[in-house]
Design a protein around this ligand. Sequence first.
Ligand code: HEC
Length: 127
Amino acid sequence: MKQPIRAPAGVRIAPYFPIPELHIMKSTLLTVMTATLFASATWAEDMAPPDIETGRTLYFEVCASCHGSTGAGGAGPDLRPAAEAFDIDGFVFFIQNPPDSMPSFASALSEKEMRDIASFVASLAPM
Ligand code: HEC
């Protein structure tokens, strides 16, 4: 009688892929493509001009409790003098790395959101 072919006891047979390298390449390529697409979408978002209305909304949600609704200060300092000598990159850096008692917003806000807030704060500068 003919015996069916089977692996000896204890030997596992690997699942069959016609060309294993191709299989791996395909998934790597997909990952890289997805990552690139995602990165360029985020990049485009970061480079978009800041939106002052979004900035206003975010400012009232996360900053006004300490800096006041007019930016004149409270628990945190008056933002208007800084807004006058305005430097958007410095501002973003500051809220990512506040030196002292202000909480960092590096993980809570995207860079675009920080730029939106920056453009709103700039508008608080005394004329
Ligand atoms: C919990 C209170 C608190 C919150 C919330 C807060 N800040 Fe501050 N902020 C401070 C304090 C206190 C300082 C003074 C520097 C320090 O202690 O780190 C400061 C300093 C600053 C400065 C520097 C001002 C200067 O003239 O040197 C800027 C700009 C600023 N905050 C922006 C923001 C923005 C934008 C937000 C919202 C995303 C925010 N802060 C949220 C408390 C706060």
